[in-house]
Design a protein around this ligand. Sequence first.
Ligand SMILES: Nc1nc2c(ncn2[C@@H]2O[C@H](COP(=O)(O)OP(=O)(O)OP(=O)(O)O)[C@@H](O)[C@H]2O)c(=O)[nH]1
Ligand SMILES: [Mg+2]
Length: 422
Amino acid sequence: MLDRASICVRGGRGGDGAMSFRREKYVPRGGPDGGDGAPGGDVVLVATRRLHDLTHFRHRHHFRAADGGAGRGGNRRGADGPELLVEVPVGTEVRTREGELLGDLVHDGQRLLVARGGEGGRGNVNFKSSTRQAPRFAERGLQGEELWVTLALKLLADVGLVGLPNAGKSSLLAALTRAKPKVAAYPFTTVTPNLGVLSLDEGPVVIADIPGLIEGASEGAGLGHRFLAHIERTAAVVYVVDGADGADAWPQALRTVRAELRAFRPELLERPSLVLVTKADLLGPEEVAAAEEFLASLGWPEAGLVVSALDGRGLEVLGHRLGTIVGRSREAARPEQVAGPEVLRPGADRLEAFTLERVGEDYVVHGRQLERLFAKADLDNEDAVAYLQEVVERAGLNDALRRAGAEPGDTVIVGGAEFEFA
Ligand SMILES: Nc1nc2c(ncn2[C@@H]2O[C@H](COP(=O)(O)OP(=O)(O)OP(=O)(O)O)[C@@H](O)[C@H]2O)c(=O)[nH]1
Ligand SMILES: [Mg+2]
């Protein structure tokens, strides 16, 4: 099972704004009517229960959302780039390459925005003013965000099987699902958790079989403690009791395992749970009756079952019981949108604050909005440059540079582009 993958996600490029003038009969020169470019599409990860691993990312690493449409004459705006949905299994943790956590997709349908599309450029209609009746320039759209993210699938089961070593947990997993865990007649056969998928009409139910728990497991005895974390997020906990141990041993077996869960995390005892007395094929009718009595005496909300992995007794009922419990808990956990990167909206004309940094002989301007304006400007177009100069003047950048000691001829860097201070 591939439980790790790296993918490159890129938001669509924003559409360019249009440079256009109205043409009407008998009107010698109409006003500007170039519409805005539209934002590029975002890349959004969506958690789904239909997938159980990350193997489909083995051959596909690049995910690029569509570009936004360019603006057109007649004040027409381009079409928004549609978002690109990338499905990942429920339980996928998403991090940047540097290891920063972007989100944890734990519910079916949960979304995480990983790469935002670039802003669209404004059309020339936006730059008309009393002194500039015919703006002969428009903005260019911005590139979308691009980054590598690491996906890691955490073992995320709906149901956890817990019990003493050798109780028959792995055998039950094998009987219920197509998983093929190692089964043997000695304790600690299972050394790492096994996962299996039980297909039901209600949808797939993922079952985890963890190594056997013994007294002191929560403090490190045996192997199970390392894996208790894997059942932390399950919807249900199923206690497996070895029927062959005899009626006298059942209550103590259950107590021991529950004591370890309590010591690890008391909330685990509040989880919907049921008890199975297994290996029923080895029990005579009287012992089966005793097992049923034991289960009834517990008085739990979910009735326990007497089952056998060997002859399949009780497994169908068990499957449906698990489907019901898991379905109920999925209903309770509504999808939620994980906060993505902050939303930046184009069009705001008031400029935010910027800062100046002296780097050697040069002046570097830091300011999200100013940097974007420069990135969108068509610097080969004289009118666009004149407009930028106006904005820069209004924003007080020239004053700030002068106060900082800048002299004509000094280099000013904004958004990666170099200019000469004049
Ligand atoms: N007759 C019979 N034997 C069973 C049944 N289930 C399990 N066994 C046997 O019990 C022994 C232990 O089974 P496992 O499924 O490996 O037990 P486990 O709980 O996974 O054990 P650990 O991984 O060590 O914790 C094996 O010899 C199985 O063949 C059953 O329903 N009937
Ligand atoms: Mg096992």
